[in-house]
Design a protein around this ligand. Structure first.
Ligand code: NAP
Length: 246
């Protein structure tokens, strides 16, 4: 049987990098997208290749249609028909109340987290419909239902939109043999918290999490890998919460 070929957006660091490593171990060949950290992308790609998988890295800002098209074109040219997509790339902008947010930050979050996912899903739908099979996993957030008050209601709203498009696209593409699901992580130890201006955020939140700790990227990757796998062959349109009970 041929190996699955999976695109992971934002595969250079954090949850995306852990997902690439897990999928490599599970037998996928990978197209790893990144936007601004080529050295991190190459480091993750080296680990993926060391695990025996083929891997191509592509600088692709998912908010840019031409970049998304190039990501898919490169993946197919280097690895063969794309059978899987993990929409992992995401940003929050700076932490704070909506009243203090800058329009450019709101726009960027929606462009990356919503438009970017739609652009990637659209291209994947075209490719996978032609194949008659495929699986898409969108990385949402527990914030989609918690709302992110005081921190990032715009980010929470963008992730709630991802949940909605997951449900709708699963229904639209089910008859074509394509499954669409999402994983909604809670607080996970990655660079994202420092990027939004609060490096200690995940650890500090631990007492409020039923499992009393933030998640590890590999724990999110395991859920993504399951949803892409044949073990999830009857699962579509679901948002799988992986949040330590939060
Ligand atoms: P991270 O450590 O900040 O890594 C972000 C990744 O996304 C990097 O690989 C980055 O690439 C890439 N990226 C950012 N903007 C991009 C763009 N416009 N186009 C393509 N790639 C882009 O983040 P993370 O914590 O792993 O988050 C991954 C996903 O999980 C996001 O969707 C996030 O919303 C979601 N999530 C995270 C948490 C958490 O607590 N960490 C909780 C819930 C949901 P470069 O390396 O090139 O910059």
């Amino acid at each position: 049987m041929s190996r699955p070929v999976t695109i992971v957006t934002g595969g250079s660091r954090g949850i995306g990098a852990a997902t690439c490593l897990r999928l490599a171990a599970d037998g996928h060949d990978l197209a790893l997208g990144y936007v601004s950290h080529p050295e991190a992308a190459e480091g993750t790609a080296a680990s993926v290749r060391a695990a025996g998988a083929r891997c191509v890295t592509v600088r692709a800002d998912t908010a840019e249609e031409a970049d998304v098209e190039r990501l898919f074109d490169t993946a197919a040219a280097a690895l063969g028909p794309v059978t899987g997509l993990v929409n992992n790339a995401g940003v929050t902008g700076p932490l704070g109340r909506l009243a203090d947010a800058r329009t450019e930050d709101l726009r960027r979050v929606l462009d990356v987290n919503l438009l970017g996912v739609l652009l990637c899903c659209r291209r994947a739908a075209r490719e996978m419909t032609a194949l008659g099979s495929g699986a898409i996993v969108n990385v949402s957030s527990a914030a989609a239902t918690l709302g992110g008050p005081g921190d990032y209601v715009h980010y929470a709203a963008s992730k709630a939109a991802v949940d909605a498009l997951t449900v709708g696209l699963a229904k639209e593409l089910g008859p074509d043999g394509i499954r669409v699901n999402a994983v909604a992580p809670g607080l996970v130890e990655t660079d994202m918290h420092a990027t939004m201006g609060d490096p200690g955020r995940a650890e500090r939140a631990a007492p409020g999490i039923p499992l009393r700790r933030p998640g590890a990227p590999a724990e999110i990757a395991a859920a993504v890998a399951w949803l892409l796998s044949a073990d999830a062959s009857y699962t579509t349109g679901t948002v799988l919460r992986v949040s330590g009970g939060r």
